[in-house]
Design a protein around this ligand. Structure first.
Ligand SMILES: Nc1ncnc2c1ncn2[C@@H]1O[C@H](COP(=O)(O)OP(=O)(O)O)[C@@H](O)[C@H]1O
Ligand SMILES: [Mg+2]
Length: 284
């Protein structure tokens, strides 16, 4: 069963096709990865799913309902939670207060009143940052701030969690713990859709992975299938060049390659692949 279905979604920004007829689904109680080089359309896809971006064409269904025209708060009320690539916490509030505010917003959306802090502290414990509860949010290490983002999301008890680059700022052991936490969250019945550049994390936690390149889904499968898919390997190898789209914004993907663990490429074979790109930023 799918909790989310993205059906023939297109997003155009002027001449740039950021998402090009994307079709994919997110299964209930599973961890699904959405990966691809920088500029592939991952964040735009998240914005379409959460309602920040209206698709030029196509539909989005959540729990079987067409939500394409629904505003962000209605989707949140239905059980969609999201973290942002950019950290969004209130710097002058404490870690606990940040989660309390998020809790109150979620409660307000659902028309219920909650007080106290037991549920808030429960979530802080869950993500492993209770020891930072009284610190100002702008004073904690980036890794803690990332987990705070997750806590702010979890306190709304989402059925579908959308995570944009959740592991950035986490060190290796924090990332391992984070992966275990994601598996626990899925096991307790939540679906997770994750945009993530750390391929070790993606490959170790995801049940299914969708690969975007130039706005197009070029592969869907389990980690082993995706890893061995020649199109995926080419997309990531091609990522070693700077490619420019029609907006001139550029496609700076070198950082993906330095993190490159998708395929082990002997140094001598790291040739540059320059894909032909038409004026819509879409490979011809
Ligand atoms: N608001 C916007 N206006 C114009 N172009 C945009 C906008 N948002 C994204 N883009 C372009 O859409 C493409 C996909 O961007 P994005 O979804 O941010 O990719 P990713 O998250 O995979 O790195 C890029 O070419 C980017 O420059
Ligand atoms: Mg992005």
């Amino acid at each position: 069963m799918s909790i989310l279905e993205v059906d023939s979604v297109v997003v155009r920004f002027g001449g740039v096709v950021a998402v090009n007829n994307a079709n994919y689904a997110v299964a209930e109680q599973q961890i699904t990865g959405l990966i691809g080089p920088n500029g592939a359309g991952k964040t735009t896809s998240f914005n379409v799913i959460t309602g920040l971006q209206k698709p030029t064409e196509g539909r989005v269904r959540f729990q079987g309902k067409d939500i394409t025209g629904l505003p962000v708060h209605r989707r949140a009320r239905m059980g969609m939670g999201r973290t942002f690539q950019r950290l969004e916490a209130f710097g002058s509030l404490s870690v606990r207060e940040n989660v309390q505010v998020a809790r109150d917003i979620h409660a307000g959306l659902r028309g219920i009143f909650r007080s106290g802090r037991s549920d808030v502290d429960g979530v802080l414990e869950r993500v492993g940052i209770i020891q930072y509860a009284d610190e100002r949010a702008d004073n904690v290490p980036t890794g803690v701030a990332r987990l705070l983002e997750l806590a702010r999301c979890l306190v709304g008890d989402p059925k579908l969690l959308l995570l944009d680059e959740p592991s950035s700022g986490l060190d290796e052991s924090e990332t391992d713990e984070f992966g275990e936490l994601l598996k626990d969250l899925a096991a307790e019945g939540r679906a997770i859709l994750m945009v993530e550049h750390d391929m070790d994390l993606v490959m170790s936690v995801c049940d299914e992975i969708h690969v975007l390149d130039f706005g197009t889904i070029i592969a869907t499968g389990d980690p082993a299938e995706v890893r061995s898919n020649p199109k995926v390997q080419e997309a990531y190898l091609g990522a070693s060049v700077e490619d420019h789209d029609a907006s001139g914004a550029g496609r700076h993907v070198a950082e993906d390659l330095t993190e490159q663990t998708l395929v082990d490429i002997p140094a001598a074979e790291q040739t540059t692949v320059v894909p032909a790109v038409n004026d819509q930023g879409v490979r011809g």
